[in-house]
Structures are given as C-alpha cells and as structure tokens.
Design a protein around this ligand. Sequence first.
Ligand code: SF4
Length: 344
Amino acid sequence: MVGGVEIGNGAKVAVQSMTNTHTQDVDATVKQISELEELGCNIIRVAAPNSEAAACLGEIKKRINIPLVADIHFVHQLALDAIEQGVDKIRINPGNMQDKEMLKKIIVSAKNKGVAIRIGVNSGSIRDRNIDNNGEEEDLVELMVKSTLDYCEYFESLGFKDLVLSVKTSDVPSTIRAYRMIAGECEYPLHLGVTAAGPPALATVKSAIGIGSLLADGIGDTLRVSFTGLPHDEVRAGYEILETLGLSERKTAEIISCPTCGRCEIDLADIVDKVKKRLPQKGKNLQVAIMGCPVNGPGEAKESDIGMAGGKGFGLLFKKGKKVKKVDEKDMVDALIDEIENMS
Ligand code: SF4
C-alpha cells in the first residue's frame, strides 16, 4: 500500500506524475497536485532537493487527497526528514547514497512508519562498468538489474519488503529489456517509465512503445509518462496508454478524427484540439467522431455515439447515427461538448 493505493498483486495499474513546481512553494504545489488529482493522477511525487523543500512535505500531505511520494537524491537526511513529515513513499536510488549506515537508518525509519520505498535505479546512475574478457564493457541493462536486486537483498536483510522497483533508461529497447529481465527475477511491484523521454510528441511515442509493450506483457504496476512539459499531459498520456490497452477502469470519451485532406473545409485540427481539452475526464464511455469533409465524413460520424462532419464553414452533428442539427464552424466545439455532457 502507498497511502490508500494498492500497488501490485493484481490491483489496477496506478498512474503517477511528478510536480514541476518548487516544492517549498506549498500553495503552488498543492494547486498543481489538485489539478492532477482531478485528471485522475493516483499517486504524486514531489522533489525534495533540500531541507526547505523536505520541511514542507507534511503541510503538502495535509492538503492533498492522493498519496505523496518524496523524491530524494544524495542526501540521506532528506529521506529521514521526508519520512518524519509523513509521506507515503520515498523514491531513492541507493547508488546515490553510499553511506551504508545512513541507508540502514532510512530503511529502519521507513519500516517503523509504514512508508514504502521505491528503489529507482536509472541507467545514468551506473557508473562503474568493467571490461569483460572480450574487451567490451559490461552490459548496462544487466548491471542495472543486478544492482537493483542486490539492493533488494540488502533491504530484505533488514526485514524491509515494502518495495517498488524501477529500472528506467532513456532508450526504449533497453528499458523494455531491463523490465522484462527484472520481472523474471523477482515478485516486487514495478513502476514503469522511460526516463528523460523528451518533449511531449516524442515522449508519447517512446512511452507508448516502452510502457505499452511491458503492460501488454503483463508487466508493471504503476507508471509515469515523463514529459519535458506539463505534468497534466503526463497523466493524460498515462491514461491514454492504459485505455488503448483496455487496462483502465476509468472510461473517457474517445475521439476519432480524420487526418484531413484537400476536401476539408474547416479548421479540423483546431476543433479537435479544443474538444480534446474540454472532454470530461470521467464517466463518459463514448466514441466521438470529428471528420473533416462532407464526402466521407457523415458516414464515419454516424458510426459513433456522437459525430460531427464538416462542411464549408459548418458542421453536421450526429447522435447515435441520426442527424441532429447543422451548426456554424465557430459553434462546433460547444455543440459537441454539450452533447457529450448530456449523454451518459
Ligand atoms: S473525412 Fe474527408 S476530409 Fe477527412 S480525410 Fe477523409 S476525405 Fe479527407
């Protein structure tokens, strides 16, 4: 359990994100977490890079409704502070915490407080790679998995098993290989992600392939899509991956839209973008078709629960296959959203 959220053991895959506010700006951090929670974020991680940030964790925790994870690197005391502040989980990379005695203190303290720990080993934290007999460097993925399992053994030797593991890299094939390997070696829940995946469009592709392949294999218990951008988009993308694979209990309206061609007479990309941003996030298991032209559009639009087929400066609105009305292009977004909201 991470706070009230069960991880692993057949529980639904939890969607995580990480705030990009300064953690010590409590109001801004709480505001962003509330927005992410509204989008369906199940678990939130915040950075605790210094004692000022760590000291604010208790206050943040009090003001939010989803489990709080503190992300700690290098400074052992910050992990102890975070646990003391009542966070639900800490994420550490033991490779960044060389002082074994202090690491032991963290583990004992987390155990006493019922705080879970994610051992997050990233490819960037593996520094020492030996040269094998063939003159080649040791395999990075194997090293990551081995070092994670070694850490698990150490935690277990202290009676600590409340672990989540991650073995992210920024390279998709390596990430997939690392997770497949570790999933074959242990039973701990796995947090999936492709690290430093880049700007949203690229990160979506990388994450959909990396996280999606693993989920399709039945591997993974929580996920974070990493974007250079807003965490809100990370949560949306996380759900899109789960929904695409039929792994989300949450149902949102699905948009089908055509690629447009020379027949299109409306600004379809803008309309789709606006509708997507205003889609209700919960409770609407609907298919919404937004098609560009008066030739093929109506047929496609009719197949969906709600459809709009573009004409020259107007759109024809369809509901369950029946034409409902003709609307001006400027009113198409409002008309679609009204219909979506009124449909169950
Ligand atoms: S629906 Fe119409 S505008 Fe869209 S791609 Fe097909 S033919 Fe082109």
